[in-house]
Design a protein around this ligand. Structure first.
Ligand code: COA
Ligand code: ZN
Length: 311
């Protein structure tokens, strides 16, 4: 029996950016580089390496340039960086990323908290970035709070569709629908994705879920049913936006990879290598990570019968 899922997906590990931006402990530049290198070596097709934002807003990303320039690239692996404005784009382009991930929030309150401007002001700034860079680099826009806002609650689907169309009209070919504080639920995913697909069929949709309420993986599967092939997630399930109260870890990358492989969906990722990266990340961050498979092992794991006594 065949299932209705796409045969393969493209994963983007955002743990070096969405993950580390939310960690209190300063992380050495060399450790950030080693994390990205580990993800590349594990076969991750895309990595969001860092963000070129104000170092006052996000001190953890102050070494964005050093991280980018310290990497050994692998052909075919796309390195993505997040930028909020023209200054960020200029700093980023000097490091030759494969893609700029423009960031804006669809709600007034989260936009002001996170970017210190309204969505419209943010759009005007990003429009300048698009005009200046679209011939040089691939562009994607991440729409924060697409599934709900920690300040305003429910977000109208039309509000999200408005910004998807605005960026599509500018020629931005990809949009990430971001569930910044884990408010998304399956029927909502189905509805929003369906409406975006109907309105902007040429736009590549990426789904970016946080697992704050335990629905991350469930929402990924709802996205698969809708035919979405691009997903962001964090190794170790780390992550969160410091300017969104209640934000906690992203959907966990290794748990997603494991689940996708169980369903026969190809990712190109070597799960065992990714689990090693996750273990190393736990040691680096010195706190327990929220993934499950890193503790339980893949479902192919079996025990000798005499080990049962030790359980
Ligand atoms: N990179 C580095 N520095 C930047 C910058 C960027 N992309 N954008 C602005 N700055 C600097 C300015 O040069 C200025 O520096 P100065 O004080 O030394 O002169 C200072 O930041 C203030 O600039 P301004 O344009 O007034 O920005 P702001 O203080 O209103 O902040 C943002 C606006 C968007 C730059 C800031 O809120 C930000 O970086 N937010 C990102 C938050 C984030 O990453 N959240 C998680 C991801 S969703
Ligand atoms: Zn996020």
């Amino acid at each position: 029996m065949t299932n209705q899922f796409p045969p393969s997906v493209v994963l983007c590990d955002v743990s070096p950016r969405d993950g580390l931006q939310n960690e209190c402990k300063p992380i050495a530049t060399a450790d950030k580089i080693a994390l990205v290198q580990g993800l590349i070596d594990a076969g991750m097709p895309r990595v969001e390496v860092t963000s070129f934002v104000s170092p006052k807003a996000i001190p953890q990303m102050a070494d964005a340039q050093e991280v980018m320039l310290g990497l050994q690239r692998k052909p075919g692996v796309e390195l993505v960086v997040l930028v909020p404005n023209q200054k960020g784009a200029e700093r980023a382009l000097a490091c030759r990323p494969d893609e700029l991930n423009l960031v804006m929030s669809v709600t007034e309150s989260h936009s002001r908290a996170n970017l210190r401007m309204s969505p419209q002001e943010s759009f005007e700034k990003l429009k300048e970035v698009v005009t200046a860079t679209r011939d040089q680099v691939k562009l994607n826009v991440s729409l924060s709070c697409s599934f709900g806002c920690p300040f305003e609650g429910d977000v109208a689907t039309d509000q999200v569709l408005h910004w998807v169309k605005a960026f599509a009209d500018l020629g931005v070919t990809g949009v990430s629908l971001c569930d910044t504080t884990g408010m998304a639920f399956p029927s909502q995913v189905r509805e929003l994705v369906g409406r975006v697909q109907d309105q902007s069929p040429a736009t590549r949709i990426t789904l970016h879920f946080h697992n704050s309420r335990g629905l991350g993986l469930t929402n990924v599967f709802e996205g698969l049913r809708a035919g979405v092939q691009h997903y962001d997630a964090c190794t170790g399930g780390i992550g969160g936006c410091p300017y969104a109260p209640g934000a906690s870890g992203n959907a966990c990358m290794e748990d997603i990879v494991h689940a996708l492989h169980c369903e026969g969906i190809q990712t190109g990722v070597d799960l065992n290598k990714l689990l090693q990266v996750s273990k190393g990340l736990g040691e680096l961050l010195e706190h327990p990570l929220s993934g499950q498979v890193v503790y339980a092992g893949p479902r192919s794991r079996t025990y000798a019968l005499d080990q049962a006594k030790a359980q």
